[in-house]
Design a binder for this molecule. Structure first.
Ligand SMILES: [Zn+2]
Length: 183
């Protein structure tokens, strides 16, 4: 599957995960699931050109996903993206260094699980649109609610001051309620 789609899937899984560690694991699992899902078989003669465009688009998506992620979810989104992309380091290693960073048996498994369909570029576009829409929805709702910080994340989503509102609220509420009790 195109790396742009691995990035998008990793991003929304990261936003939904409870921690960066869980996001990374979910990202790696998503890479396997995406490679098992039917996807475009890039024609050999266009492989490098598509890989370059895909790489640039993927980097753009990483930037966009991190910029769009609520502040409290950013590390999880980054961990999800990292997990989703790290299995494809064999492609970068083979192209730039002449060798994969992974053992040959693992690269063999990776190659065998591909469910590639010639001419199915539309499938990749569909996955990208669905993932981007899900990511947009997660931004709208402020990412995954995680305990105490969830309210802060929701309040601060998109405004870059998630901690300021709850702290101010506490400062205003606590002294008044204490003095009320003393009377
Ligand atoms: Zn792969």
């Amino acid at each position: 599957m195109l790396i742009t789609n691995h990035v998008l899937v990793g991003a929304w899984l990261g936003a939904l995960s409870p921690s960066p560690r869980a996001a990374f694991a979910a990202g790696v699992a998503s890479h396997v699931a995406c490679d098992l899902a039917p996807h475009w078989n890039v024609p050999c003669e266009h492989f490098l050109r598509v890989a370059r465009i895909d790489g640039i688009a993927g980097l753009g998506m990483i930037g966009a996903a991190l910029a769009a992620a609520p502040t409290g979810a950013r590390s999880r989104v980054l961990a999800g993206i990292t997990g989703a992309c790290v299995p494809d380091l064999d492609k970068l290693g083979n192209h730039f260094l002449g060798r994969s960073p992974y053992p040959a048996w693992l690269d063999g498994v990776h190659a065998r699980i591909q469910n590639e369909i010639p001419g199915a570029f539309g499938l990749e576009v569909g996955y990208a649109v669905a993932s981007a829409a899900l990511l947009g929805w997660l931004r709208a709702v402020g990412g995954r609610p995680t305990g105490r910080s969830a309210a802060q994340t929701r309040i601060g989503a998109g405004h870059g001051h998630k901690a300021a509102v709850p702290r101010r609220a506490v400062l205003l509420v606590v002294p008044r309620s204490r003095s009320f009790r003393r009377r």
